[in-house]
Design a protein around this ligand. Structure first.
Ligand SMILES: [Zn+2]
Length: 99
């Protein structure tokens, strides 16, 4: 029973830390290119081994992050989605509804 409480406290602390991280730094490094923004040069995909060893395809901008090297954190995306949902479901025309 004590272990469950400790686990819950640790999980809550981790969630709080992650929420703070998402608030302070909403962008993290791209997982695909590790924040570099480019995919490294790679050997030719076809041809005999001696040819593939001689030539490489040039480095290209990362398609996942479109060359920025950044991505929006999952927690921040969830927060933004929740805020969008809240804005969509909340009245903004205060003047129209006067009791
Ligand atoms: Zn990337």
């Amino acid at each position: 029973m004590k272990g469950v409480v400790v686990l819950a406290v640790v999980a809550a602390a981790a969630a709080l830390l992650y929420a703070g991280l998402c608030a302070v730094r909403p962008l993290g490094a791209c997982h695909r290119c590790d924040g570099a923004g480019v995919r490294p040069a790679r050997p030719l995909p076809v041809g005999p081994r001696w040819l593939r060893r001689m030539f490489t395809l040039p480095p290209r901008p990362c398609r996942r992050c479109k060359g920025t090297g950044r991505r929006v954190r999952v927690g921040r995306r969830a927060y933004d989605a929740a805020m969008r949902l809240r804005a969509a479901g909340t009245r903004h025309d205060e003047q129209a509804v006067k009791p």
